[in-house]
Design a binder for this molecule. Structure first.
Ligand SMILES: [Cu+2]
Length: 329
């Protein structure tokens, strides 16, 4: 990946494709985004105004009252009631206004509507998993446009932070507890999901897409995506699972080493283990590698693979194994 303005290119691409983002802001693609931006600009402009006012006066006064030869110190006023009231009451009114707008916007952002569509989110080193009400799991978040969506989020390992800049949504994802956030997407399109909490070496790769579907399309997508095991050959379904379950974050299929070993030419080869033994990579080996990754760790790799026990059904594991077989020549 080539860095572009500090972001990986594939993260930037979808952001750049959306015409209505400004130079400083991503597009406003959720119902709360305009309010958040308005408050941000309001505070920014106030800060700019007072910065200029103070600095300009400071410079003028420095010149005006500079000590010069032959000049006497002028008599200084003790106080000026009108001036003191002005510089107290105006800032007080501004601070109250900022608090009021900030507090009401924040309450809107953390109070999901009762009829929100619920998606379960799991953060893990280093990908996101999204589970829909019918049990289907995907590594991207798909949502309908114009429907409030509630995310119930937890982490498998360390603290992550779920962040969609285009929706102005950011919330920590903490192991051992559930954090919620919600949004109401207003424009169909694809928006990048980031992890905003440094969570280890591949933190910056912890990316996903939020696909906002046009009216009526979301149901069709979910129906299609959920039935893929029935519609496809095991090897094809295995390729889908490899992509959707986040295996691709850590395992390549082209021979290159990522966080884990490549899956290319893995099947039926002898695998060196960390403890010095050698295991043949047959079906049972692959099954155990997916369900009990800690049981036998491949030499030269960290034991960081999450277990998929309870998350993949037998049929799905079989499909993945069939797919891994097709990667051997
Ligand atoms: Cu993370």
């Amino acid at each position: 990946m080539i860095p572009y303005l500090g972001l990986p290119v594939n993260a930037c691409r979808s952001t750049l494709a959306q015409a209505d983002g400004s130079l400083f802001m991503p597009p406003q693609a959720s119902s709360t985004a305009p309010g958040v931006d308005w408050l941000f600009s309001f505070i920014l402009y106030i800060a700019c105004f007072f910065f200029l006012l103070i600095v300009v006066l400071m410079v003028l006064f420095t010149i005006r009252y500079l000590r010069r030869p032959g000049r006497q110190a002028e008599k200084t006023a003790t106080h000026n009631l009108a001036l003191e009231l002005t510089w107290t009451l105006i800032p007080v009114a501004l601070v109250i206004a900022i608090f009021y707008i900030g507090f009401t916007t924040f309450m809107d952002m953390i109070t999901p509507p009762d009829d929100a569509y619920e998606v379960l989110v799991t953060g893990q080193k280093w990908n996101w998993l999204f589970q829909y009400p019918n049990g289907y799991v995907d590594s991207d978040l798909h949502v309908p446009v114009d429907v409030p969506v509630l995310l119930v989020m937890t982490s498998e390992d360390v603290i992550h932070s779920f962040y969609i800049p285009a929706f102005r949504v950011k919330r920590d994802v903490v192991p051992g507890r559930y954090n919620k956030t919600w949004f109401h997407a207003t424009q169909p399109g694809e928006y990048t999901i980031f992890c905003a909490e440094y969570c280890g070496t591949k933190h910056s790769d912890m990316l996903a897409q939020c696909v906002v579907h046009k009216p009526g399309e979301f149901e069709r997508w979910l129906e299609n995506a959920s039935n893929f095991l029935d519609r496809m050959s095991p090897a094809d379904a295995g390729r889908e699972l490899y992509k959707r379950q986040g295996c691709a974050q850590c395992h390549s299929t082209d021979g290159s080493v990522r966080i884990g070993p490549t899956l290319k030419n893995l099947f039926a080869r002898d695998r060196p283990m960390r403890d010095g033994s050698t295991l043949p990579a047959d079906e049972n080996y692959l099954r155990e590698a997916i369900l009990e990754p800690q049981a036998a760790v491949v030499a030269g790799f960290e034991s960081v693979m999450p277990t998929y026990k309870g998350r993949l059904k037998d049929r799905e594991i079989t499909a993945i194994i069939e797919y891994i077989k097709t990667l051997s020549d």
